[in-house]
Design a protein around this ligand. Structure first.
Ligand SMILES: [Zn+2]
Length: 263
């Protein structure tokens, strides 16, 4: 099993990496993509028993507080790790900003240009801003090695968008699938092409309904962990009518296909 999106450098779990991943490893999770989303995290070293691929990027939520020279710092981090992806970057429609999202849009353009220049795949956040994100992506889509949309939640009709019908675009489904209120996401999860379907926990956030909370220090009953990946996979397996083990292998193979696009 491969968790295509989590945050190992989240300050809440840094002292507890071994515990954070232990149960997941026991359950058969073997690899993950760790997104380092703010300049303070781009130097931090991660020691973890999972097979970790790192992504460096300025998350839209971190744009307002980033140091002025963050773009130079980001380029240094990416050049120092030739296997690293660019992410998590994107546009966000959940938290309102004072500038109507102008700074986020500028940061996204800077990072897409950097990803193209360095030949790196990108991992994108587009929560409640998917249309604007796809519009911003249009000029870059055919220059990027690969695009991973994380935590997807949009109308299945959007899959016909010219950017999303490309073969170098992958879609990662997370724990929101388990919410009883989720209506659009199950339909989207049923419609994503099988060879471009990935799964993620987005831990330590996004604890799914029915998921096992990880109790770490003061963060009792709050944290998600990659050990909840099988729960998400089981829900997805029911929707796709595919045996769990087969879907686990398929989504892991898809993740490796995405990573193979790195130059
Ligand atoms: Zn995330």
């Amino acid at each position: 099993m491969f968790d295509s999106h989590l945050h190992l450098r989240d300050p809440r779990i840094i002292p507890y990496h071994a515990r954070f991943v232990k149960e997941a490893i026991d359950l058969g999770v073997t690899g993950c993509i760790d997104c380092a989303v703010r300049p303070e995290d781009w130097n931090a070293e991660v020691r973890c028993a999972l097979n970790v691929t790192t992504a460096f990027g300025l998350h839209p939520w971190c744009v307002a507080t980033a140091c002025p020279d963050w773009a130079d710092f980001l380029e240094c981090a990416l050049r120092a790790d030739p296997g690293a992806l660019v992410g998590e970057i994107g546009l966000d429609g959940i938290r309102k900003t004072f500038d109507g999202g102008a700074a986020q849009r500028e940061a996204l353009q800077i990072q897409l240009a950097l990803a193209v220049r360095l030949g790196r795949p990108v991992i994108l956040h587009g929560a409640r801003a998917w249309g604007a994100l796809l519009h911003a992506l249009e000029p870059w889509a055919d220059k990027l090695p690969a695009i991973l949309l994380h935590g997807v939640s949009f109308s299945p009709d959007l899959l016909r968008h010219p950017v999303l019908s490309r073969s170098n675009v992958w879609f990662s489904v997370g724990g929101a699938l388990l919410s009883p209120a989720a209506q659009t996401l199950p339909r989207l999860a049923a419609a994503i092409p099988l060879d471009r379907l990935l799964v993620e926990t987005d831990s330590p956030d996004m604890l799914p309904i029915g998921g096992e909370p990880l109790v770490l220090g003061q963060y009792r009953a709050l944290l998600n962990s990659p050990a909840n990946l099988p729960l998400i996979l089981r829900a997805l397996a029911r929707i796709r009518d595919i045996p769990f083990a087969e879907l686990a292998d398929l989504t892991a193979a898809n993740a490796h296909a995405l990573l193979a696009t790195r130059g």
